[in-house]
Design a protein around this ligand. Structure first.
Ligand code: NPQ
Ligand code: MG
Length: 374
């Protein structure tokens, strides 16, 4: 893959409904898209960072800046194997979601040129994957029950409720009582502390599949303490930034399930390593979501088709988040979504829709590339 240059775009897409978590409410998804242009074609990657650094320290202006000013220039215009990208970028600390988007764009371009689907490249074994949905905090419990009712009617096979202080036992009890024996799990996005361990243990009454990231990302020890006190399985999201983090968390007993978000861990290749590590430890994994457009969603479906992804992911349909997606809409069929079969990530953005939602763009030419390529 000889790279000629990389386009960095910032887009803004309205969400169909506000999405509230313990760290804030999102009404518009701002994101950075990366288009890697090589001599043999181009590829796409989506950065999970959003408008403000509330989920993690990354946010869109910083992601666009580090891509344009540091990460893309570091690649040079040399012949590039996508598997070497992470190593070239490794001297630069952090910025995993930005690095993931760049690696994905280059991997996509390379796989398209070779006519290989991303799912096949990663080792996928499924043609379709079971899908869950993440339900934000609502103003009232009746509003939550309505939202869950709608998603169950859509066919989602698993419901995840966002929880925080003051919105935990009661909404969970209400959903369990109303809908009976559904697959139900909760996500705190690190809202609680060690002082809340006894309170969190009360969630054991509701037969949840898992409790996701109850404590701070840095507090693996606290998660291990909680895991000894509670019957509900602990799953980590924000704490797991690499395969090394996953190894330490498993070793400490801080979790027995891992949410793999490719952006959070620096890309699909690191995601596969975490998957392999977890499979070897008997730890189930599932594919998280970052309100991706069809670009990120397509690649997540490829990952979710690996054999260790035994729990339904946050790989929801396009219409869960967007009226108009950048790609042909991903639809739910019988609670499942079809894994794209085309080369690379298998989809490309609609040029007109993309231009409509683009708020800024920059072209970074690469040294050694032919002048004027774009
Ligand atoms: C999670 N995702 O599992 C995240 C959190 C999250 C689907 O629950 C803008 C961009 C807003 C990304 C809100 C889901 C977001 C976001 C929440 C990610 O923790
Ligand atoms: Mg989460």
């Amino acid at each position: 893959m000889k790279l000629e240059g990389v386009e960095i775009r910032t887009i803004r897409m309205p969400l169909v409904s506000p999405f509230r978590t313990s760290f804030g409410t999102e009404t518009v998804r701002e994101a950075v898209l990366v288009r890697a242009v090589g001599a043999d074609g181009e590829g796409w990657g989506e950065c999970g960072a959003s408008a403000l650094p509330l989920y993690s320290s990354e946010y869109t202006p910083a992601a666009a800046a580090v891509l344009s000013e540091v990460l893309v220039p570091a690649l040079g215009g040399e012949d590039l194997d996508p598997h070497r990208v992470a190593g070239i970028l490794s001297p630069f600390k952090g910025h995993r979601q930005a690095k993931a988007a760049l690696e994905t764009a280059i991997l996509d371009a390379d796989l398209r040129a070779r006519d290989v689907p991303l799912s096949y490249h990663l080792g996928a074994v499924k043609d379709r994957v079971a899908c869950g949905v993440s339900v934000g905090i609502t103003p009232t419990i009746p509003a939550l029950l309505d939202a869950v009712d709608g998603y169950l009617a859509d066919g989602y096979v698993r419901i995840k409720l966002k929880i925080e202080h003051g919105w935990d036992l009661e909404p969970v009890r209400a959903v369990r009582e109303r809908f009976g024996d559904i697959l139900l799990q909760v996500d705190a996005n690190a809202a609680y502390g060690r002082a809340d361990i006894e309170h969190l243990a009360k969630l054991d009454a509701f037969d949840l599949s898992l409790l996701e990231q109850p404590l701070s990302a840095d507090d693996l020890g606290g998660h291990a303490m909680l895991a000894r006190r509670i019957g509900t399985p602990i799953c980590l999201d924000e704490s797991i930034l690499s395969a090394e983090h996953a190894a330490h968390a498993i070793e400490l007993g801080a979790c027995c399930i891992v949410n793999i978000k490719p952006g959070r861990v620096g890309g699909y290749l690191e995601s596969r390593r975490i998957h392999d590590l977890c499979v070897a430890h008997g730890v189930p994994v599932w594919c998280g979501g970052m309100l991706e457009t069809g670009i990120g969603r397509a690649a997540n479906l490829a990952l979710a088709a690996l054999p260790g992804f035994t729990l339904p992911g946050d790989t929801s349909a396009s219409e869960r988040y967007y009226e108009t997606d950048l790609t042909p809409p991903f639809r739910l069929e019988d609670g499942h979504m079809t894994v794209p079969t085309g080369p690379g990530i298998g989809v490309t953005p609609d040029a007109a829709v993309l231009d409509e939602v683009t708020v800024s763009r920059a072209w970074i030419p690469l040294a050694g590339a032919a002048a004027g390529a774009c």
